[in-house]
Write a protein that binds this ligand. Structure first.
Ligand code: XMP
Length: 514
């Protein structure tokens, strides 16, 4: 072991939209950060040994009778504290300041005047734009605090007690619109809390390897590879930790994107030299999907077949005790439990049932998606896996409206490849475009190609911007990109004579069509 992590920052959550973002910003400064409920007692906090605490924003007013608070003893622990928005008001209120309802709140970008560029405001110019979202404001400071900055409707926008290392900002340093937000985190983490930046890709990998080795000892471990980034990075990490003890299973459903099965086989078998059992189960899937058009039935059939095939194959790997899952930190936060059931029904492996007798290895449980990608790159996984867009477990079957046949899947796969190639060529920001893909409809329309009348299927083009797939906006793709995609699909994919663009957001639509 390299010893315990030397620095951990706890983000105490008051129901903020931005708690995850705060944790990510801290991690971007290479300091480990974890989100915890605000109800934790001082004694529980001490056990976790954080080197700093951040109080998040939240929707309530601190003056309400049942407003969420923290255990007052936390303020006496001597741990540096940063309060953000609601967190700032809570600090003021608990330490003897005054929080009042203002006539007008502040929402959006506001110019802030900085009186003292010290402490949390070290290095700040006299004025800077910050992102605000508040109705109440701190109007009187608690004793011992110094006022550092204000805005028109937040007279005490930034205040600090340098001796106790308690500091408060009314604005949101974690959002991009706060121009110098990074500097605020830098000041808090490095100048006030004096933390070391040692949470790096390298240390994440080292730590994960030690944990995995400790957990599995000399037992066999299996992993269902899906070709997606989470299961791939999880497998690569476990392989780095236990080498030949890892056995991977890849079920080729025949419903994958073009080249996906080959990439998985090549990467894991040849590049990583992992023992990979690849099962071509496409016949089984297509025959079970024959005549099925109901989306939920498709999903159910595919999920169940997947499990059965995985189980059959896993039996060939004798004495395997552990199963790798690519669970990410947001899943852990959302499920609200630190100790999930032995097997969580997880769409990554098609929803394995509870009674499978494996213990879980979840090496990505503490990581956000972008961190997973970064360590995937570090581990040498190819870009096409690391940067692959999310893809539904049931694969192209839910992108073929109507009956799923080998021929119809081939059509949507070819169209999807063209969409992918053109989007890549257009160099769109990978982060801005969450997904872009083709859907095959089950209606036909009349067209004319050459001198011939055609009567063929349309391809529906779907492209969305999103940060978490919970909501999504249809992407404003450039017209010339749309044109290239459309003309290539119609001329290169037999059976398609029209391309339409889906301009519906989520909600009310979903991202996938089924
Ligand atoms: P919807 O269509 O519900 O999709 O807006 C939200 C996100 O989830 C993906 N998706 C799935 N991912 N297994 C998965 O791992 C599934 O069964 C599944 N269905 C949808 C979808 O691509 C989008 O990113």
């Amino acid at each position: 072991m390299h010893g315990p992590r030397s620095s951990k920052v706890l983000v105490m959550d008051f129901g903020a939209q931005y708690a995850q973002l705060i944790a990510r910003r801290v991690r971007e400064h290479h300091v480990f950060s974890e989100i915890v409920p605000h109800e934790l007692k001082a004694s529980e906090i001490l056990k976790m040994d954080p080197k700093a605490i951040i109080l998040s924003g939240g929707p309530k007013s601190v003056n309400l009778e049942h407003a969420p608070r923290i255990d007052p003893a936390i303020l006496e622990l001597g741990i540096p504290i940063l309060g953000i928005c609601y967190g700032a008001q809570l600090l003021a209120s608990m330490l003897g300041g005054v929080v009042s309802r203002r006539e007008a709140g502040e929402y959006g970008k506001i110019e802030m005047s900085v009186f003292e560029s010290i402490g949390i405001m070290e290095g700040m110019p006299e004025t800077t734009d910050v992102w605000m979202s508040h109705f109440d404001a701190v109007t009187d400071l608690p004793k011992g605090f110094q006022l550092l900055a204000s805005t028109p409707d937040a007279p005490c926008a930034v205040f600090e007690d340098a001796t106790r290392k308690i500091t408060a900002v009314q604005f949101h340093p974690e959002v991009e619109h706060t121009v110098l937000g990074n500097k605020v985190f830098d000041n808090f983490l490095h100048r006030i809390a004096l933390l070391e930046s040692n949470w790096t890709n390298y240390s994440i990998i080292e730590e994960a390897i030690e944990k995995i080795q400790l957990q599995v000892g000399s037992s066999k471990v299996i992993c269902a590879l899906s070709g997606g980034v989470d299961s791939s990075v999880a497998a690569a990490l476990v392989h780095r930790a236990v080498g030949k003890q890892l056995h991977c299973v890849f079920v080729d459903t025949g419903l994958m994107r073009e080249g996906e099965a080959k990439t998985v086989e090549h990467t894991f078998r040849e590049q990583f030299e992992i023992d990979l059992i690849s099962v071509d189960a496409s016949n089984r899937f297509f025959s079970q999907l024959e005549g099925v058009i109901d989306p939920e039935r498709k999903r159910k059939i595919i999920g169940e077949s997947f499990i059965r095939i995985f189980e059959e194959t896993a039996l060939e790997i004798r004495d395997a005790k552990y199963l790798v899952q690519g669970t990410l930190y947001p899943d852990v936060i959302e499920s609200g439990t630190k100790t999930a059931a032995r097997i969580k029904s997880h769409h990554n492996v098609g929803g394995l049932p509870d009674d499978i007798d494996f213990e879980l290895v979840e090496p990505l449980r503490e990581l956000f998606k972008d961190e997973v990608r970064a360590i995937g790159e570090e581990l040498g996984l190819p870009e096409e896996i690391v940067w692959r867009q999310p893809f539904p477990g049931p694969g192209l079957a839910v992108r073929v409206v109507g009956e799923v046949t080998r021929e119809r899947v081939a059509i949507v796969r070819a169209a999807d490849r063209i969409v992918g190639e053109e989007v890549t060529r257009a160099n769109l920001d990978k982060r801005a475009l969450w997904q872009s893909f083709a859907v095959l409809a089950d209606i036909r329309s009349v067209g004319v190609m050459g001198d011939e009348r055609s009567y063929a299927y349309p391809i529906i083009l779907r492209a969305v911007a999103s940060s978490d797939a919970m909501t999504a906006d249809w992407a404003r793709l450039p017209y010339d990109l749309l044109e290239r995609i459309s003309s290539r699909i119609v001329s290169e994919v037999p059976g398609v004579n029209r391309v339409v663009y889906d301009i519906t957001s989520k909600p009310p639509a979903t991202i996938e069509w089924e």
